[in-house]
Design a binder for this molecule. Structure first.
Ligand code: MN
Ligand code: MN
Length: 300
């Protein structure tokens, strides 16, 4: 059922974030020396987190989701205001591009950041999940436009857009019963064909992926397509180190949507921060409800 898969996608995002944050900015070699295989939700890391605590990847997605629920649609100004309030509340971590363009928004009140090929970080891609749920059933053009509406608040960049739109379409297809092979052929290969930066086959295994969105997507796709269950996918991606909370979050979002909530390991679910767990479930349900409401525009 779509609602259950939507909840699984949200919980996957949060779990990948919390699991990966422990080893963020470490190399695979450092992770292996310290943990063997990192597979327990123990917190710590450079942010000194509590076990099960999430970071900006999850909290920005939740902030965006709140703004969508308030407006009844994806709206750049509402998203910018929600992110600004999120930043004022002193989040545990924040990306440089996010901070810079939100400070600019505070000054100008303009929610669309200026175009820059340099803003190709993964900060817009990591928080796209609520857009996937809110625009389920809409035309592909409308879905892509909604992706850009939220992304351009902080990342106005062609590569970031391509990643955000691909991830959202993948989540939507997975929620509607697509197989992993469908996702590969409908979305991931076409993305790499359009933008060779995203090539993930016949290239080296992506170790220590940076915050560059192409690095992030490459690691996520390799882990997602080369494993067969939620747990293996997340363990594979976070043990590559680098921007591990974000690769974990994005891989968890895809794996949650594809495999469903019953495949999420109990050992991780029970450690996930209780308030975050509740917020993810409630927001997933509310966004699916919005999608199904008769007033929701399907023409975009
Ligand atoms: Mn983070
Ligand atoms: Mn990160």
């Amino acid at each position: 059922m779509t609602t259950d898969s939507a909840i699984a996608s949200y919980l996957g995002l949060a779990i990948g974030d919390a699991l990966g944050a422990t080893v963020e900015f470490m190399t695979p070699r450092e992770i292996a020396a310290q943990y063997g295989v990192h597979d327990k939700m123990i917190g710590g890391g450079w942010l000194h987190l509590k076990p099960g605590q999430v970071t900006d990847d999850t909290t920005m997605a939740l902030a965006l989701g709140e703004s969508i629920l308030e407006k009844g649609k994806v709206d750049a100004l509402a998203a910018a205001q929600a992110f600004d309030a999120w930043m004022r509340a002193k989040p545990v971590d924040i990306g440089n591009t996010v901070r810079r363009n939100l400070l600019q928004f505070r000054k100008t009140g303009e929610p669309h950041a200026p175009y820059s090929d340099h803003d190709a970080g993964n900060g817009a891609a990591m928080r796209v999940l609520p857009v996937a749920l809110a625009t389920l059933g809409q035309s592909e053009d409308a879905v892509r436009a909604a992706c850009r509406e939220q992304a351009h608040v902080t990342h106005h960049c062609a590569l970031s857009d391509a990643a955000c739109e691909t991830l959202v379409l993948m989540v939507q297809d997975a929620l509607q019963g697509a197989t992993k092979n469908d996702l590969l052929h409908r979305h991931s290969h076409p993305l790499a064909a359009r933008h060779p930066e995203f090539k993930f086959r016949a290239v080296r295994q992506s170790q220590n992926p940076s915050g560059y969105v192409a690095d992030t997507i490459q690691a996520v796709f390799q882990s997602f397509f080369d494993t067969d269950d939620f747990r293996s996918c997340l363990i594979d991606v976070v043990n590559r180190g680098g921007d591990a909370d974000t690769t974990g979050a994005i891989a968890g979002m895809l794996a949650g949507a594809l495999y469903g909530v019953e495949k999420i390991p109990e050992e991780w679910l029970k450690v996930l921060d209780t308030n975050t767990h509740r917020a993810c479930e409630e927001q997933a349900k509310a966004l699916i409800y919005l999608t199904n409401s008769p007033n929701n525009s399907r023409s975009g």
